[in-house]
Design a protein around this ligand. Structure first.
Ligand SMILES: Nc1nc2c(ncn2[C@@H]2O[C@H](COP(=O)(O)OP(=O)(O)OP(=O)(O)O)[C@@H](O)[C@H]2O)c(=O)[nH]1
Ligand SMILES: O=C(O)[C@H](O)COP(=O)(O)O
Length: 249
C-alpha cells in the first residue's frame, strides 16, 4: 500500500486561519503539519511508499527530507483537490499501485499506531474495498484507503464523508469506517489551534506544537474576538477548489 498526500499551493492554503495567521505563518504552519505527517509515514511498516502530490515546489525540500516521492501537480494537468487526487491515483495505477491511502496534510496528531489500525481494518482481498477515517465532526474525509483507488471517484469538499460512504455503497465496496482520534483532528479553524495548544504537554510533541509555541499563538488566541455566532467554527469558507462535480449523491 502507498500513501498519497495532496498539498496545495502555500499561498492558497489554510485560508480559514487568515484572521489569526499571516500568509507567511500559514505557510510555515502547513510545512510543520506536513512534517508531522511525513515523519509518521516514513518507514511505516504498512506502507511501501509515500507520494506527495503538490501544487507548490516549496514543499519539495520537506518531501526529500522524509524520503517521500515527489509528484508535481503541474505534471498531471489536473485542477483542484479532486481532479488532482484522481489524476495522481491514475498515475500510481500505471506503476502497478492500486492500494492507496489518501490522507490530508493537516492532521498533525496522526500516529503510526492509527495508521496501522486503519491498514488492518482494510480488506483489499475483497475488492473493491474502502476504509475511511473521518474527521471528528464526521464531515470531512481525513484518511481513506481505496482498493483499487483508480476505480473510486473522489468527492472531497463539503460533507465528503457522506459522499464517499455513498459512493462506496454504489460500488458495492467492502466499506469500513474507523474512528481514530488523532487522524480525526484536522486543523482548519482558530478554535482547532486553541485545542492543539491545550493538548500540548510540557514539551511540544510535534512540529506544529513547537511552531505554535514559537509564534506565541496562545496570546493571540486569547485576544481573538469571539466569532459572531457559535456555529462559526464549523461554517465553511467557500471551497477554493470548487470541485463538487464528482460528488455522488
Ligand atoms: N495538490 C493539491 N492539494 C490540495 C488542493 N486543495 C486542497 N489540497 C490539500 O487537501 C487537504 C485539504 O485541504 P482543504 O481543507 O481543502 O484546504 P486547506 O488549505 O487545508 O484549508 P482552507 O484554505 O481553509 O480551506 C490539504 O492537505 C490541502 O493541502 C489542490 O488543489 N491541490
Ligand atoms: O473533504 C474533505 O475532507 C475536505 O476537502 C477537507 O476537509 P476540511 O475542510 O475538514 O479540511
Amino acid at each position: 500500500m502507498h500513501a498519497l498526500i495532496p498539498v496545495k499551493q502555500f499561498s492558497r492554503a489554510k485560508q480559514r486561519l487568515a484572521r489569526i495567521l499571516s500568509p507567511r505563518e500559514r505557510e510555515e504552519l502547513v510545512k510543520a503539519m506536513l512534517a508531522d505527517v511525513l515523519a509518521v509515514l516514513a518507514r511505516h511498516p504498512c506502507l511501501a511508499g509515500t507520494v506527495v502530490v503538490a501544487g507548490d515546489p516549496g514543499a519539495r525540500p520537506l518531501v526529500d527530507r522524509f524520503q517521500a516521492d515527489w509528484l508535481p501537480e503541474s505534471a498531471l494537468g489536473a485542477r483542484g483537490l479532486n481532479g488532482t487526487v484522481q489524476a495522481a491515483v491514475a498515475t500510481l495505477a500505471r506503476d502497478g499501485i492500486d492500494d492507496v491511502l489518501v490522507l490530508h496534510a493537516d492532521i498533525p496528531l496522526l500516529s503510526a499506531a492509527e495508521v496501522s489500525r486503519l491498514a488492518m481494518a482494510h480488506e483489499p482481498q475483497s475488492r473493491p474495498a474502502v476504509t475511511i477515517a473521518p474527521d471528528r465532526h464526521r464531515e470531512g474525509t481525513n484518511c481513506m484507503i481505496c482498493s483499487p483507488a483508480r476505480e473510486f471517484t473522489f468527492a472531497y469538499g463539503r460533507n465528503s464523508f457522506v459522499h464517499h460512504v455513498r459512493h462506496a455503497a454504489t460500488l458495492e465496496a467492502n466499506l469500513r469506517v474507523v474512528e481514530l482520534p488523532g487522524i480525526a483532528f484536522d486543523v482548519d479553524w482558530p478554535q482547532d489551534l486553541a485545542e492543539l495548544v491545550a493538548r500540548t504537554g510540557a514539551e511540544p510533541a510535534t512540529h506544529v506544537q513547537t511552531y505554535l509555541e514559537h509564534i506565541r499563538i496562545a496570546r493571540r488566541l486569547h485576544a481573538l474576538p469571539a466569532c459572531p455566532g457559535e456555529g462559526c467554527r464549523r461554517r465553511r469558507a467557500p471551497r477554493p477548489h470548487g470541485d463538487q462535480e464528482n460528488v455522488t449523491h
